[in-house]
Design a protein around this ligand. Structure first.
Ligand code: IMP
Length: 183
């Protein structure tokens, strides 16, 4: 099994690139079916979701007309949440009357999604759903943040890879790695 060291922590490969690709394709198929007659706007949450989003949107039906835009918020430092959401890159597209799909890398406490959903609704979105690569159900603290589309549910441990970082590093890993031991 592949393992890597990051800042003194040992991470072991947990989900292979093939497993993740299969999970993401299933989500893309579901979204394609659910939005068959619509033109959704994917709001991709930077930085982490860019890898998932790239695979997701390329997995959609070829007939689907859709747009993408980006937003950046920050609530995490190291391996724990600060609980404070900051808008670093604000929404640059009008979401009024649009069917919005927020694209996240991972939903943990749900704070980020809770706040983003409220924001999209306040901006007049016709509908707001959430697609996430990973979901930690045991960590969820906000009921309304349960994602509509989940590539894979995971346990509570900190994970990196496929866009997920540890202080900005390791997003480039093509598999998901789980933390095993601390220093
Ligand atoms: P939430 O607001 O608590 O749901 O946290 C969501 C954000 O926290 C994600 O977009 C990630 O940036 C970050 N995060 C949560 N868990 C992990 C993890 O296991 N690895 C890397 N980032 C994580």
């Amino acid at each position: 099994m592949r393992s890597i060291n990051e800042q003194g922590y040992l991470f072991e490969e947990w989900l292979t690139p093939e497993q993740i690709a299969k999970d993401i394709k299933q989500v893309a198929n579901r979204i394609s079916a659910d939005y068959r007659d619509k033109e959704p706007l994917f709001v991709i949450v930077l930085n982490g979701a860019f890898v998932f989003a790239a695979d997701l949107i390329r997995g959609l039906d070829k007939d689907m007309r859709c747009e993408q835009t980006f937003i950046r918020v920050s609530s995490y430092f190291g391996m724990s949440s600060t609980g404070q959401l900051q808008f670093i890159v604000p929404l640059q597209q009008v979401v009024e009357n649009r069917d919005v799909i927020i694209v996240e890398d991972i939903v943990d406490s749900g704070l980020t999604i809770h706040q983003l959903k409220a924001y999209m609704r306040a901006q007049g979105a016709a509908s707001v759903r959430v697609a996430t690569m990973l979901f930690k159900p045991n960590k969820l603290e906000y009921d309304d943040a349960k994602p509509d589309y989940i590539a894979r549910e995971v346990t509570d441990e900190f994970v990196i890879g496929c866009g997920l970082d540890f202080d900005g590093f390791r997003r480039n890993l093509d598999a998901i790695y789980k933390v095993k031991e601390s220093k």
